[in-house]
Design a protein around this ligand. Structure first.
Ligand code: BGC
Length: 331
């Protein structure tokens, strides 16, 4: 064969080879493009961190707000949120739910502090296993939790003391409903309240009863207090349903002239403020607590060191601020 024929043959073979290679490369790219959405979906599902929020009480509207905030932040950061909690306040069940979350190897758990040594051990165990723990609403400061997101409860108690002292003109008798005797957030609020009341010799705190964070029990305990101490001028509820329960009791036994101070901004509390049955309320930000706690988790997973505490804001609502802020008219 002549040299020329050889060259033509090699050139033809080269062209065939090059076009085969090109079409192979093009189809690989095409296949990759087609698979991309499926692959990235699988990776993101694999990477979706499993976060469990354990409430103090599952259907409590205050905890449902925390859940809502946590859910929205989880959606934003591609995490998968599971909401759990006892049907009625039950710290033993909160402990069991934390045990279950650890056994399920959750990536993170948001818990309420309950001031219990067994619970502290569990938090520490979870953290040593690489499970991120953040306390919400109530801190567990002796544990190795990464951060606390919630109200500065001691300060909130002092603010409440200031409201009562101002309304009392520094003189009078105060009775208190506390959500739960063991709950550290309630104890801190009570401590703050006592500190301020203690500064006025003619202002006295006559009794403290527990509502077990139940509206029904709050109404029952308030009624007992009002009957036992007919001279009470002021009643304070330190958890979300207490003020509503106190208002119900005062109405039931037709005790007018009593000034009621509440916590949180449940719809019924606002209705009672509008109608003047409740004097004012200290509003916490449960939605923000949930949202911020999950945002902090996201920072942690990105390798950031979290602040030991992240206080959410409180503000005071009374008839005047409600009317000014919403343009409502006085009832
Ligand atoms: C407290 C929560 C509690 C809720 C009960 C809130 O004021 O911060 O700890 O679970 O009231 O209704």
């Amino acid at each position: 064969m002549s040299n020329r024929k050889w060259n033509i043959g090699i050139a033809i073979l080269f062209i065939i080879f090059a076009s085969l290679l090109l079409s192979f490369l093009l189809s690989t790219i095409r296949i990759r493009e087609l698979l991309q959405p499926i692959l990235s979906d699988e990776t993101s599902q694999e990477a979706a961190r499993h976060v469990i929020l354990i409430a103090q009480e599952l259907e409590n509207p205050y905890w449902r707000s925390i859940e809502q905030g946590a859910r929205e932040a989880s959606a934003k950061y591609g995490m998968q949120l599971e909401y759990a909690g006892p049907l009625r306040i039950n710290p033993d069940e909160q402990i069991k739910l934390l045990e279950k979350a650890i056994a399920a190897k959750a990536d993170a758990v948001l818990v309420q502090g309950i001031n219990d040594p067994q619970y502290v051990d569990l938090i520490d165990q979870a953290v040593s296993q690489g499970i991120a723990i953040i306390t919400v609403d109530t801190d567990e400061p002796d544990s190795r939790r990464l951060s606390y997101v919630g109200t500065d409860n001691l300060d909130a108690g002092k603010v409440m003391g200031g409201l009562v002292a101002k309304a009392a003109g520094k003189r009078g008798s105060v009775a208190v409903l506390i959500g739960n005797e063991q709950a550290p957030n309630q104890q801190l609020r009570l401590k703050g309240l006592r500190t301020v009341i203690g500064q006025y010799p003619e202002l006295s705190l006559v009794d403290v009863r527990s509502s077990n964070i139940s509206r029904l029990q709050a109404a029952g305990a308030a009624e007992e207090l009002l009957i036992q101490y007919p001279h009470i001028d002021f009643m304070v509820g330190l958890s979300a349903l207490d003020g509503i329960g106190i208002a119900e009791a005062a109405e039931r036994i037709q005790r007018s002239g009593i000034k009621i101070f509440a916590f949180d901004a449940l719809e019924e509390t606002l209705t009672h403020i509008r109608s003047g049955k409740i004097n004012s309320t200290i509003v916490q930000q449960p939605y923000d607590m949930g949202y911020e706690a999950v945002s902090q988790l996201n920072n942690h997973f990105r390798g950031e060191t979290l602040p030991g505490r992240h206080f959410t804001k409180i503000n005071i609502l009374d008839q005047h601020t409600l009317i000014n802020e919403t343009g409502e008219t006085s009832p």
